[in-house]
Design a protein around this ligand. Sequence first.
Ligand code: XIL
Length: 408
Amino acid sequence: MDMRRRSFLAAGAAGAAGAAGAAALLGEAGTAEAATQAATEVPARRPAGFLNENVPLRDLAAKIGLRIGSAIIPQDIDTPTWNAIAASQFDVYTPGNEMKWQVVEPEQGVFDWTGADNLVSFADASRALVRGHTLCWHNQLPNWLLANVAAGDYTKTQLLDLLQQHIFTEVGRFRGRIWQWDVCNEFLTDSNPSQVDPSNWWIVNAGPECIPLAFTWAHEADRNALLFYNDYNIGGEDGSNAKHNAAFALVQGLLEDGIPIHGVGNQGHLDTQYGWSPQLLRQDLEHFASLGLKSAITEADVRTFVNNATAQVPTDNLALFAHPFEFSEMLKAVLAVPEAISFTMWGFTDSDSWVPGFFTGEGYATVYDVNQQPKQAYYSLQSELAIAAHGAPHRVKTYTPPITRPIS
Ligand code: XIL
């Protein structure tokens, strides 16, 4: 009996040819029924490309209609090894900075579209889509605009006119070539309860109507672009869900007023030193979906403390596990919600990440290391996507010995 069981397992592992052997073995000593069952249930089906480490993320995600993206900076396009990763792994790109007002209009009336144009051409060449980022944000505004506003040169109406002109110019230039626009970015306070920040530069200088107006103008300039409100900590990061609730109230209000808004972006900047609830993220994405809105993870990264900004080796070994875990769980929340249409990371290699420059002592935030080698987080995303794309392969039915009751 022992012999027989060993040969059954060995035959099963050997695949189709071995399976026939297993059936024959069972046929010898087992019931006819068992033999038929074994013969018809094997071999196991392994979908092509399933958990093959060479399959790009975008190919797996495409099978379920999800787009996988990264922020792209000029260096990503200009450095051949980086370019190869960006072109093969991702099918939606967000310019890291190249569509921000500061970059596209450095002096009033003087435009520089070089970076933005390059990004869009790179996307075309890679058969990728583009997330435009971002039209109305209090950061990275041109110095001329900040200086003129500080000097009291504009009335609110004049500032709104400038915003309208900016949106018409930029959205109009790329009309038909942008999938999603982050129209308004980071308008909410981090407090509990949270609200539209009364001290936000735009709210102070142009008034809260800048938000609905920005969406309305973006829609006029490109009827086909999906228009997003984008913010951080609106997907389970703050524990209380206070900022999520404020984002929900904001977009619900816009919808009630008939403002063209189609989605909400949760940036997804996580840090292993803080708590975060994957369940809450999924519920929050469902919550936005209940309004008929799409959603996206727009800037995912997971930072942690590192030895230095060059090597970016985590100082706490557990971070090696927290990092892929948080990436995986963010993706799984997206996978569970069909209205969540893209999962974008804020840079793909630790060499192009904004984290070391912005968070003292932190790094290791992306899925490729500083030598552009995939980290565990990359493989975790890949295996989540493989299972999502193909379904887990079904088990082979095996012979179950009769259960004998323990003698007490
Ligand atoms: C960051 C860029 O990555 C940096 O290069 C830049 O100096 C500052 O902005 N939220 C956003 C992004 O919406 O635009 C920010 O990008 C990161 C935080």
